[in-house]
Ligand binder design. Structure first.
Ligand SMILES: C[S@@+](CC[C@H](N)C(=O)[O-])C[C@H]1O[C@@H](n2cnc3c(N)ncnc32)[C@H](O)[C@@H]1O
Length: 378
């Protein structure tokens, strides 16, 4: 997702119309790849930045580049050398096994098989780190951070490839991109990196009116992150009978309702499911219903919605198709994000935005919810 509203942070208006938001802390609550914190533009005043993710493998990476930047950078060169020279039966067999079809594996260059084998090894290691019962020592942390770097260096494609490594060009791109990881290290030197539960972190700043939370939570109506962010919970006695319980999503809404600061809650806009062959996707009324229930929960809590719409979208008629590609619920009056500002700040994907002929729109919460209601099919 493109999150231009965050990149437009310096342009969010205060109640009195001035442009500088009175925040002293920015918290990327579901930080994931770190992309949002990484691309946050320099602000005209000092803002403490906090990156957080509950996934230990992911947050370990950010902790390491923050805490041991020089050691990490020094080890990156060894990683490149290792990828270029590694040659074992075990790695090539692992690489072979990562293809579903033997005939595809047979067509692959040996170097590609090895590179995919290393990827698989990193995957196993990542899982060990994720489920480690004891605190990691420094050496394990550094190894974990290198494994993470390698795994996240390839564009992941679904279908025939688990890793995105399909040609020797992909390996070359990994090598070419090493300076980007070094740059990221320089940025995260200034960022406080945490591995807390999202609710805990929101609750610990709940009375702070100078904080801005960015919440790109796991998306509702997807099967990912069931363990860390369940969408369903058992009905409890005191639950509101009129409201479907959406587990952690409801708890988060309740916490945000109490927040004195500002927040941006990003949620999944499209209700589509892939066909079993993975070739096409179709409108899925069940998913649409779940997204609608989530949006309904924010009635009275969210004040405005910022969404990215295809230019000329005829409101509800095209909402679930290619009409809308981003929804952010906010509790303050936002300035309409400007795609040009994002371009100026060198944010990637803005060309895509241009070619999609998209535009940001801002609506008050109730009219937006009505739009969604009218759009529901079936
Ligand atoms: C949609 S992704 C965030 C993507 C991110 N904005 C990016 O640019 O890559 C959701 C993230 O939430 C994390 N997560 C899931 N449950 C969590 C929880 N209870 N507390 C904190 N983070 C959680 C996942 O590990 C995942 O990285």
């Amino acid at each position: 997702m493109v999150r231009n509203i965050v990149y437009n942070l310096p342009y969010i208006k205060n109640a009195d119309g001035s442009k500088v938001p009175p925040i002293h802390t920015f918290i990327d609550v579901f930080g994931g790849s770190g992309n949002v914190t990484y691309t946050l533009p320099p602000l005209p005043y000092h803002v403490e930045r906090i990156y957080n993710d509950k996934d230990l493998y992911v947050s370990n990476f950010f902790y390491v580049i923050h805490t041991y930047p020089e050691e990490y950078k020094a080890k990156l060169s060894h990683l490149v050398e290792f990828v270029q020279t590694a040659d074992t039966e075990e790695l090539s067999a692992l690489g072979r096994g990562s293809f579903k079809k033997k005939e595809i594996a047979d067509r692959m260059e040996y170097k590609v098989l090895i590179a995919r084998g290393i990827y698989k090894k990193c995957d196993y290691f990542g899982n060990v780190i994720r489920h480690s019962k004891t605190p990691l020592n420094k050496e394990e942390m550094l190894r974990g951070a290198l494994a993470f770097t390698y795994q996240y260096s390839f564009g992941r494609n679904y279908g025939s490839s688990v890793s995105g490594i399909k040609t020797t060009n992909d390996i070359q791109n990994f090598i070419k991109n090493i300076p980007k990881w070094k740059h990221m290290t320089d940025i995260f030197k200034e960022v406080d990196c945490r591995c807390d539960d999202a609710l805990e972190i929101v609750n610990s700043y709940i009375n702070d009116d100078k904080v801005l939370f960015y919440l790109d939570s796991p998306y509702i109506a997807t099967t990912q992150y069931k363990e860390t962010y369940p969408a369903q919970k058992k009905k409890e006695k005191n639950d509101d009978k009129n409201e479907i319980s959406l587990g952690d999503f409801t708890k988060m809404r309740d916490a945000l309702k109490q927040c004195k600061g500002r927040w941006i809650f990003s949620c999944r806009p499209k209700a589509t499911t892939r066909t079993p062959t993975g070739e096409a996707s179709y409108y899925d009324p069940k998913q649409a219903e779940q997204i609608y229930q989530l949006l309904k929960q924010y009635e009275g809590t969210g004040k405005y919605v910022v969404y990215l719409a295809t230019k000329g979208m005829r409101d509800e008629l095209e909402l679930w198709g290619s009409g809308i590609s981003e929804i952010m619920i906010v509790n303050f009056k936002p300035a309409i994000p400007d795609i040009e500002i994002a371009r100026h700040l060198n944010i990637t994907n803005t060309n895509l935005l241009k070619s999609l002929k998209s535009e940001y729109r801002v609506l008050e919460y109730s009219p937006f919810l009505k739009l969604v209601e009218k759009s529901l099919v079936g």
